[in-house]
Design a binder for this molecule. Sequence first.
Ligand code: ADP
Ligand code: ASP
Ligand code: MG
Length: 405
Amino acid sequence: MALIVQKYGGTSVGNPERIRNVAKRLLETQREGNSVVAIVSAMSGVTDSLIKLAKEVSPKPTEREMDVLLSTGEQTTMALAAMAIQAMGGKAVSLTGAQAGIVTNGIHTKAKISNITPDQIRKHLERDEIVIIAGFQGETEEGDITTLGRGGSDLTAIAVASAIGADICQIFTDVDGVYTCDPRIVPSAKKIQEISYDEMLEMASSGSKVMQSRSVEFAKKFGVIFEVRSSFNNNPGTIVKEETAGMEQVVVRGVSVERNQAKVTVAHVPDKPGCAARLFTALADAHVMVDVIVQNVSESGSTDISFTMNRDELDKIGDLVDRVAAEIGAGKVTKQGGIAKLSVVGIGMRTHSGVAAKLFEALAKGGINIQMISTSEIKIAVILDEEKITDAAKLAHAAFDLDVV
Ligand code: ADP
Ligand code: ASP
Ligand code: MG
């Protein structure tokens, strides 16, 4: 008998029939002799509609109230899933994040889990009930509802699996596992059987939203091995775990794409200590997540600094960069949307050379211009014109033989 945590994402619970399908799967898992905890997301599209609804009543809703609102999406699903199981003759109980003992800090809309006291979960499991927990939400010490950032039900699943010492943690979604690239972008992408935490983390944080990146970070920290698989069939999925000796033989594990980026260039920044600090401190103070940064070599006492960020972040900061540029005596500020990032990821890069050259060559052959480059030990990322991103992903995917099993 095993203790199993299963998470079902938005598409998997997207309508009543799919909720009944999830209920059936949970019951089957229990009837095989296991104790079952399910984490459920809001039905697909619900979180987005709630955000839209909020904007219709207030231009700038407070984050506390956003959390109260958004948490209702998952609460709807948890009750419906429990009812569906009961209607099939099974025993089930639904728990909110707070009832499940999930305590977070008070950073509304992107709260961090500080601890989980799973007493209620254990009590219901002892009564042979299937425990359905609302994903994506928790509660502060003061009793305020919080949410864990978009895609946060993944984090609930990993954290609950860790807290109750689950034997198995399965993330059920609408694809068969983690693929070498998003199959919606590169149809010839292949399912990856095993991937290391570090690779999954790099892919997730560079646009492969099949897993929320914070959930992968958590899994790595607490050694939670998990499987990503489909709720629509019984195919084995992708196992995400600590790296093993053989994993380094694969140079590139996958390709990630991040659309909707923007590039800002500040020209003629005085080439003296403190200027870059002033600029990026102002951005940090405004909670802007800056991604790739490039500074050109200066010959004439000034330098150009370019950086990228999410397009929505750029819209939020207004003329902040222009103001700082004026203060530090820099020149023109250019802002450009329509930018995207392509990343190739693999722990094999640590021991193989020529990866960057191969990527650049593949893009050059396709006539695709690279605007910026950034690298880490296991990733090479390039900034491109958004219009070219699908072609670029296909070229990179083919160059590293990822469509060949
Ligand atoms: P859920 O609602 O189950 O959490 P998500 O929409 O968050 O599902 O994640 C699943 C989606 O992630 C897939 O439909 C797929 O389009 C996308 N995706 C992006 N990158 C990848 C990848 N490398 N492998 C598999 N799916 C990916
Ligand atoms: N419902 C939330 C979202 O859409 C959380 C999740 O599905 O994981 O982001
Ligand atoms: Mg998701």
